[in-house]
Design a binder for this molecule. Structure first.
Ligand code: DGT
Ligand code: CA
Ligand code: CA
Length: 575
């Protein structure tokens, strides 16, 4: 689990590449490259040298600054200089950089001179023959690029976790069918509840590993067996998802589960904590000297290093170990804590169900209340509501509430935030509603300052209740808006209004770290389905998973409140 010299060299090379794309001072770029070379040539691990108290600046090409960065990487698994570059350069540009044959110089040229910043843009330039005309490219290179993009598209693809569940669950079911399979569990990012997964890491225990491996390899959805051995196999499913299966011994199940759940950064910290207590920890168990003291369950592993159980969603090295040591782990929210849903569409705009359909579906899902929030007129493609239609919907909801049993409807709207920060409908109609959910649906590319001011201004409206899908991102499709989210969170705190965690699997917006920030600022989060049909309430579970990754407790979530106190909270924003 340690950090090796190679890991550090890779980080320094990435920094050099990104600095080069940013047109940084060539001396700085070279300093990182030279350091990477030095590190690769060392005969000892930097971690060991540091532990022995060696002064790293005595190594060639390592000055004070780089020595400090090495220390930072060894201690935390990452380095803030690289984190900063990741914030500045779109991730999609880095995707281009990863294409074989395209170095930082060419990527810089594509990005700065030709505004090519995604693989899709690169592909279309190559297809239309425009790329070969650029200085330093040419026909061969264009052809290579097309081939490499194709190879990449069929290979390294992350899956929405939501999508992965569709393949994971039948596979688990298939594995469990075999009579000698005992435990099966999906570890890795899937278990940590990440919004997307690179692959599935499945652990099983069995009395007969040979038979079980044979059974696994015969799964009909497998399109390619990458490798298979006695205790481990890697396969690709027809959908493109990779699955790593490991058979582990029963007595090591807990330590294997802990290890393969990750994250890697969390594991590194746990291992260090164990070392401080004279213990050794790996995927087989926890050891004092040669004596094995724990490993059959995850609880036994945690306990051996003096920690309470840390929920997988928190295992990202974001302070969870410190919190655990101080007995301050959050009591994470659970799906059953939600009492209602505050963002739902109907056939009046782009939904599939009537108000009544949606109300009954919400009741069936176990919710006590439901806010109807159709789109406003500015979003014409959805046939958004104008004041007249909204007024009639208000009357319709009042009437339905007199006959519906077991569920209460609230009157709302998902109103567009216009480019200048005003809301798309007049105050006199908005003030008749129980809540106003406001959202950006246009002009996603304003500058950071303008986009932030636009939203802050909207939040100043007295009728504003909840900011919907605050960043506007669509996973794998649209980058988040360029926004100062910290400012928005602070504003919500001052103003006493709320932020949404939109549960659509492709949105999952707010993201986890912003949930955590909102919690720290005392801002309540509304976990909403944004349902467009009766089945979409199931999305709420993905929203809750994300909320757990954001450290949220029941008390941090607006719609865990019973109707009466919810209404009071909503009214408070209007005063
Ligand atoms: P993914 O698949 O990219 O969504 O992310 P993970 O977290 O599932 O990563 P994966 O599949 O590469 O590995 C699963 C877990 O196994 C990971 O979270 C921690 C553990 N692990 C794998 N390789 C290493 C390693 O080289 N060092 C350490 N410390 N842990 C590792
Ligand atoms: Ca994985
Ligand atoms: Ca894996």
């Amino acid at each position: 689990m340690g950090i090796h010299n190679e890991d550090i060299a890779v980080i320094f090379e990435e920094i050099a590449d990104l600095l080069e794309i940013e047109d940084a001072n060539p001396f700085r770029v070279r300093a990182y490259r030279n350091a990477a070379r030095t590190i690769r040539g060392l005969s000892r691990e930097l971690g060991d040298l540091l532990a022995e108290g060696k002064d790293l600046t005595t190594l060639p090409s390592i000055g004070k600054d780089l020595a400090a960065k090495i220390k930072e990487i060894l201690e935390s698994g990452h380095v803030s200089a690289l984190d900063k570059l990741h914030r500045e350069i779109p991730a999609s540009v880095e995707d281009i950089l990863k294409l074989p044959g395209l170095g930082p110089k060419r990527v810089k040229q594509l990005y700065h001179e030709h505004d090519i910043k995604t693989l899709a843009q690169l592909e279309s330039a190559a297809r239309s023959g425009k790329l070969q005309a650029l200085p330093g490219f040419g026909k061969r290179m264009e052809q290579n690029i097309l081939e490499n993009i194709h190879a990449l598209q069929t290979k390294e693809k992350r899956f929405l976790r939501h999508k992965a569940t569709f393949y994971a669950e039948p596979l688990l079911h298939y594995l469990k069918k075999h009579k000698s399979v005992r435990e099966t569990v999906i570890a890795g990012s899937y278990r940590r509840g990440r919004e997307s997964v690179g692959d599935l890491d499945i652990l099983i225990t069995t009395g007969d590993q040979e038979l079980v491996m044979e059974h696994f390899i015969k799964y009909e959805e497998i399109s390619q067996v990458v490798s298979s051995g006695q205790t481990r196999a890697t396969v690709i499913l027809a959908c493109g998802l990779q699955v790593d299966l490991r058979v582990v011994a029963e007595k090591s199940f807990g330590s294997a589960l802990y290890y393969f759940t990750g994250s890697k950064a969390h594991n590194i910290r746990i291992r260090r904590l164990a070392q401080q207590q004279g213990l050794k920890i790996n995927e087989y168990g926890v050891y004092r000297g040669s004596k094995r003291i724990a490993g059959d369950s995850e609880q036994s592993v945690s306990k051996a290093v003096g920690l309470p159980f840390i929920p997988p969603e928190l295992r990202e090295d974001r302070g969870e170990i410190r919190a655990a040591l101080n007995h301050q782990l959050p009591q994470l929210i659970e799906a059953g804590n939600l009492k209602g849903d505050l963002h739902v569409h109907t056939i009046a705009t782009d939904g599939q169900g009537t108000i009544k359909d949606m109300a009954l579906a919400a009741r069936k899902y176990g919710l006590d209340y439901l806010a109807i929030t159709d789109h406003s007129r500015h979003l014409a493609v959805t046939h958004g509501l104008d004041p007249g239609r909204l007024s009639r919907q208000i009357d319709e909801i009042d009437e339905l509430n007199t006959i519906l049993k077991g569920v209460t409807l609230l009157k709302g709207i998902e109103v567009d935030i216009l480019e200048n920060g005003t809301l798309d409908l007049p105050d006199d109609i908005l003030s008749r509603l129980d809540l106003v959910v406001a959202a950006v649906h246009s002009q996603f590319h304003l500058t950071r300052r303008k986009q932030t001011e636009r939203i802050l201004r909207a939040m100043d409206n007295r009728n504003f209740s909840i900011l919907a899908h605050p960043s506007g991102r669509l996973l794998f499709e649209r980058e988040p808006c360029n926004l100062d989210m910290e400012k928005i969170i602070r504003k919500a705190s001052e103003r006493g209004c709320f932020l949404e965690l939109n549960s659509q699997p492709q949105r999952l917006d707010l993201i986890d770290i912003h949930c955590q920030q909102a919690k720290n600022e005392g801002v309540l989060i509304s976990i909403n389905s944004d349902a467009h049909d009766e089945n979409d309430f199931n999305n709420l579970e993905f929203g809750v998973d994300q909320a757990r990754r954001g450290w949220l407790e029941k008390k941090n979530v607006l719609n865990t409140h019973p109707l009466k106190s919810l209404k009071r909270l909503l009214r408070q924003t209007m005063s």
